[in-house]
Design a protein around this ligand. Structure first.
Ligand code: PMP
Length: 488
C-alpha cells in the first residue's frame, strides 16, 4: 500500500546505483527488518498484509490477508504466548524456575514455548489426539513436554485435555495455567497489536474484518479495536459446521457439537475470551470448503496456510462478492502455517480417506447460492413490460436471457440474441409488450435437484432453468453458470 511504496523507493534507488536495474522490483527490495533484533521475541507481530488476487474469483471488493504465519512460531498465537507469560510475571504468579501448563491445539503451545525457552520456564502441554503429529513434534522441538488425551470425550470429562491441564497446574509446584480460553490477556494482546496493525496497514480504510474463533481472542480483541476506530467496520466470523458458536450467536442456545476436521477454530463450549458483542455476523462453513480454499491459497497465491485460513478466506471472498464495492476493503486472517497440516489436508490420501476428495454433490439451490456478480438471484419481467424495458434490464445486469413471470409463474422467456435481432430489423418493436415477442418458458426445478439433473435441462433450445425455493421461483441457473462451474 501507499505507506510501503513510499519506503520501498529509496531502497531500489540504492540498488540501482550499485549497478542493478532500478526498474526491477526484485523480491525483498522492501526494507523490512532493517535493524537486528535482541531476541526472536521482538519479531512477533507486524505480520504482512497481502492482497489476494486469484482466489477472489473476480470480486470487485479488494481482499487483503493478514499472514500470521510470518510470526516466528508460525501462528497468531505467538502474540498471546508472550503476553500471557509477561502478565503472569507482573502479577507475581510466575517466578523463576516456574512451570507453564496449558491445554493447546498446538499453536498456543508454540507461542508459549518460544517465550518460555528464552525466559527459562518449563512447559507442559496437554493436547487431544485429534491434532496432527507435526504439532506434537513442534512443541517437543521447543523443549516442551506434551501429554496426549483422547478427543472423543465431553468437555467436562476428567480425561478432556483442558481438565487434565487444570489438574496438572494445581498439582505441580510453581505451576500456572496459561488458561487461554478465559485469560483476558488473550483478547487484550490482539487489541494491543493485531487490531492496530490492521488499522495502520490499511490506513484506516478497512471496512470488513473476517476471521474465526477458537478461543475468540483474536477476533474479539482485534475486532473491538477496529470498531473503536470506526464503528461501521463489520466484524464477520466463520465457524466450522459442527461447532456451537454460530448457532449460539444466532439463537442464544447451546446446540450439540459434531466432529469436524478443521483445527484450531470452533468449539463444543463457550470460552470467556469470545466477545460475541463485537461480532456482527457468524457463518458456518464446511471442512470441504475450508480445505479446498486453503489448497487454492497455496497454488494460486503462494500462501501456505492452515485449514482455518481456508475457512476464513472462503468466507472473506463471499463477503467481497456480496459487498461488491471497489471502495470497500476486506481484511481476513491467515492464522497459521500450512506446514502443520502436510500429513492432513495437503495429503490427497488423507483427503480420500476422509471422503473429502470426492466430487461435491451440488444441488440447483447450491448453484444459485454460489452465484456472484451483483445481479439479484432472479431478474424477471412482466408480460406487459415493453421490449425497451426488457433490453435495458439485460444490458444493466449484463445477462443474456430473462424469464417472463406472471403471478409467480414463468409464462415465457426472452433472450438477448433474438430480441436484438428482431429490434434491429424492426425498431418500432421496442415499444411492444414483451408477451408479443417472447419464447417458450424456462423449465422449473426444485432447489434440491442435483446439478446433473439441471445440466440435462440446459439444451440448445433452452439456455436456463428456474429454481424453486419454498414454492416460489427464487433463482436461475443458466448455461453460462454451468460452464463457469465446470471450468473452475
Ligand atoms: N486458527 C488456528 C489454526 C488456531 O490454532 C487458532 C487458535 N486456536 C485460531 C485459528 C483462532 O484463534 P483464537 O483462539 O484467537 O480465536
Amino acid at each position: 500500500m501507499k505507506r510501503e511504496r513510499a519506503v520501498s523507493k529509496p531502497a531500489r534507488k540504492g540498488r540501482g546505483s550499485a549497478g542493478a536495474s532500478a526498474d526491477v522490483a526484485a523480491p525483498g527490495t522492501q526494507p523490512r527488518n532493517l535493524k537486528p533484533y535482541d531476541s526472536v521475541l521482538e519479531t512477533i507481530g507486524w505480520t504482512p498484509l497481502i492482497r489476494l488476487h486469484r482466489v477472489v474469483d473476480g470480486a470487485r471488493t479488494p481482499v487483503y490477508a493478514k499472514a500470521e504465519f510470518f510470526n516466528p512460531g508460525g501462528s497468531l498465537k505467538d502474540r498471546i504466548g508472550l503476553a500471557m507469560i509477561e502478565a503472569a510475571e507482573r502479577a507475581g504468579r510466575l517466578k523463576p524456575g516456574g512451570v507453564i501448563v496449558e491445554g493447546t491445539s498446538g499453536n498456543t503451545g508454540a507461542g508459549i514455548a518460544i517465550a518460555a525457552a528464552l525466559k527459562g520456564y518449563r512447559c507442559v502441554f496437554t493436547m487431544s489426539d485429534k491434532f496432527s503429529q507435526e504439532k506434537v513434534r513442534l512443541l517437543k522441538a521447543f523443549g516442551a513436554e506434551v501429554i496426549i488425551t483422547p478427543a472423543a470425550v465431553p468437555p467436562d470429562h476428567p480425561d478432556n485435555y483442558i481438565q487434565v491441564a487444570k489438574r496438572l497446574a494445581a498439582e505441580m509446584p510453581g505451576a500456572i495455567l496459561a488458561d487461554q480460553f478465559y485469560n483476558p490477556v488473550n483478547p487484550e494482546a490482539h487489541y494491543a497489536t493485531t487490531g492496530p496493525e490492521i488499522w495502520a496497514q490499511t490506513e484506516g480504510r478497512v471496512t470488513h474484518f473476517v476471521s474465526a474463533a477458537g478461543t475468540g481472542g483474536s477476533i474479539s480483541g482485534a475486532g473491538k479495536y477496529l470498531k473503536e476506530q470506526n464503528p461501521r467496520i463489520r466484524v464477520i466470523a466463520g465457524d466450522p459446521v459442527g461447532s456451537i458458536f454460530a448457532e449460539y450467536f444466532r439463537t442464544g442456545t447451546k446446540s450439540e457439537s459434531h466432529p469436524y476436521k478443521v483445527e484450531g477454530i470452533g468449539n463444543d463450549k463457550l470460552p470467556g475470551t469470545l466477545w460475541f458483542d463485537v461480532i456482527d455476523e457468524f457463518h458456518s462453513l464446511t471442512d470441504r470448503e475450508s480445505f479446498h480454499m486453503a489448497r487454492r491459497l497455496a497454488r494460486e497465491e503462494g500462501l501456505f496456510a492452515g485449514g482455518s485460513a481456508g475457512l476464513i478466506v472462503q468466507l472473506a471472498v463471499r463477503v467481497a462478492h456480496e459487498v461488491n464495492d471497489a471502495g470497500a476493503l476486506v481484511v481476513c486472517m491467515l492464522p497459521d502455517t500450512g506446514e502443520r497440516y502436510l500429513s492432513k489436508f495437503y495429503n490427497d490420501e488423507w483427503l480420500r480417506e476422509n471422503r473429502l476428495l470426492e466430487p461435491e454433490r451440488l444441488t440447483a439451490g447450491d448453484m444459485v447460492a454460489r452465484k456472484d456478480g451483483g445481479a439479484p438471484a432472479l431478474v424477471s419481467v412482466e408480460p406487459s413490460a415493453s421490449v425497451r424495458q426488457a433490453l435495458s434490464l439485460i444490458t444493466h445486469y449484463d445477462i443474456s436471457q430473462v424469464p417472463v413471470l406472471h403471478e409467480g409463474d414463468c409464462v415465457g422467456s426472452i433472450s438477448e440474441a433474438t430480441l436484438m435481432a428482431r429490434v434491429i430489423e424492426e425498431p418500432s418493436l421496442l415499444d411492444h409488450a414483451v408477451e408479443t415477442l417472447m419464447d417458450a418458458p424456462f423449465p422449473v426445478v426444485d432447489e434440491h435437484i442435483e446439478l446433473s439433473g439441471v445440466a440435462r435441462l440446459l439444451t440448445r433450445q433452452n439456455p436456463a432453468v428456474l429454481v424453486r425455493h419454498e414454492g416460489r421461483l427464487a433463482g436461475i441457473v443458466t448455461r453460462y453458470d454451468m460452464v463457469r462451474y465446470l471450468t473452475q
